[in-house]
Design a binder for this molecule. Structure first.
Ligand code: ZN
Length: 169
């Protein structure tokens, strides 16, 4: 496995529609392994192949149990509800915005060997599915953000979230 370089906003890889994977070979497996290593190293929760300069429909997501989900040729097949919250991107470092996404997202995808499966998740992982799949069509969350936060606003937002969590205990 090897770390790959994450490209940043302004790189044309992030604006392209990625092509489907047709060969489930060792090259794909290496890409998936490298993407997982790069994701874990970066401390993020999701990474799409175009973010490491590969224009193929491949995504890795870390769910809330810290399990890695590999999605090849993923498609959103159902959504439910709505959530509005903070979103950032490894390709747009240091910035955060408020984005509304579905609360529950069901995805159909292929695994590294080409077998089809379906997976459903909610909250942060559902948000992540939407965010990463957008990358495969050349879209960044900043196009969808209803508001980008200044560093002061981000601090205030995090403080409010922490207060809410304390209130729940
Ligand atoms: Zn991103």
């Amino acid at each position: 496995m090897a770390l790959r370089k994450i490209v940043e906003q302004g790189d044309e890889c992030l604006t392209k529609v990625c092509r489907p994977v047709t060969e489930f070979n060792s090259r794909l497996h290496t890409l998936l392994d490298d993407m997982t290593e790069t994701l874990v190293d970066s401390g993020g929760v999701g990474l799409a192949a175009p973010q490491v300069g590969v224009l193929r429909r491949v995504v890795v997501v870390m769910d809330e149990d810290e399990q890695i989900i590999e999605l090849v040729n993923p498609e959103i097949i159902a959504t439910d509800g709505e959530q509005t919250g903070l979103e950032g991107c490894l390709s747009v470092p240091g910035k955060y915005g408020i984005v509304t996404r579905p609360y529950v997202v069901r995805v159909r995808a292929q695994d590294r060997d080409g077998n089809f499966f379906e997976i459903e998740d909610e909250e942060l992982t559902a948000r992540c599915f939407c965010h990463e799949l957008d990358h495969l069509d050349g879209h960044l969350y900043i196009e969808r953000a209803e508001k980008m936060l200044s560093p002061e606003e981000l601090e205030e937002y995090i403080r409010q979230m922490e207060e809410m969590e304390e209130g729940e205990d």
